[in-house]
Design a protein around this ligand. Structure first.
Ligand code: CA
Length: 267
């Protein structure tokens, strides 16, 4: 008796399912996220009981739908402003219609990039006559410039990773490795980080013989000033940055002159 009931219920489900599934429309995309101005390929699949030829009508709440040579496939060009976009397709076969929508998130430029280009520049023209202490009241930058910190860096590829126990790397004033103008006294290093929210600490060094703690006295003074002038003034360990997006981290004239040029005066 029970078996018969189950069989009847099973038949009913199959029959109802069969009737209601005459035509089904599905929308797919290679991703549900795209950067502003980017492109996505959108496909519409139609499975139907009848043998008609489907026609497609596309709409999007913003951005642009661009037709292709393939029926049921379009390109979506994202708008220039981030936000949510709904793409809708309206399929008609033999007088029957079905609609389907797809929600796409449009993200700011660079949001989907896996790496963050961090350019560090140091204007060594500002590093003249630095007051370190009474025995060294007028130290000036002596090339070359080095950078060290909690990161690893490959000078050949430029790729960098957060973490590491303070290895030392050369910076450049020869128009390479992100340096814009050779010989202008602005030393640079361009590091392509794998994006992370971790803090990367760093410090500098140069060829001056007078040392304080772990670097030249001049680099030590710059470090002590930069600690207060970076994005984390409450963190007094070392200057730091977070490689979560493309950015430039600079020691500039503006920093050298901060607090009335304290790096030049007796403190
Ligand atoms: Ca330069």
């Amino acid at each position: 008796m029970k078996k018969t009931v189950f069989f009847l219920v099973f038949c009913a489900i199959v029959c109802i399912g069969g009737l209601s599934a005459e035509m089904s429309v599905s929308l797919t995309s290679d991703s549900l996220e795209v950067e502003v101005g980017g492109n996505l390929e959108i496909s519409c699949r139609v499975s139907e009981g009848t043998k008609g030829f489907p026609s497609f009508q596309w709409n999007s709440t913003s951005g642009e739908i661009i037709g292709t040579d393939v029926a049921g496939e379009v390109d979506f060009r994202a708008p220039t402003i981030s936000g949510n976009v709904e793409i809708e397709v309206h399929v008609t076969i033999d007088g029957k219609s079905e609609s389907e929508t797809l929600d796409i998130t449009v993200l700011p430029e660079g949001a989907l990039k896996k790496t963050a280009d961090v350019l560090i520049t140091v204007d060594t023209n500002t590093l003249q006559n630095i007051w370190i202490n009474h025995s060294h009241p007028a130290e000036s930058f002596k090339p070359p410039l080095y950078i060290k910190g909690t990161f690893r860096y490959d000078p050949d590829s430029g790729s960098a990773f957060a973490g590491g126990s303070w290895p030392t790397y050369a910076m450049y004033d020869d128009g390479t490795h992100g340096d814009i103008e050779p010989g202008d006294g602005i030393w640079s290093i361009l590091m392509k980080f794998e994006k992370t929210d971790s803090k990367v600490y760093f410090a500098l060094d140069d060829a001056n013989e007078y040392r304080v703690e772990y670097e030249s006295g001049l680099a030590w003074i710059v470090k002590m000033a930069w600690i207060e002038l970076d994005d984390f003034p409450d963190d007094h360990s070392n200057p730091a940055f977070i490689p979560d997006r493309d950015k430039t981290v600079s020691w500039s004239e503006e920093k050298a002159e901060a607090e009335e040029g304290r790096i030049y005066h007796e403190r």
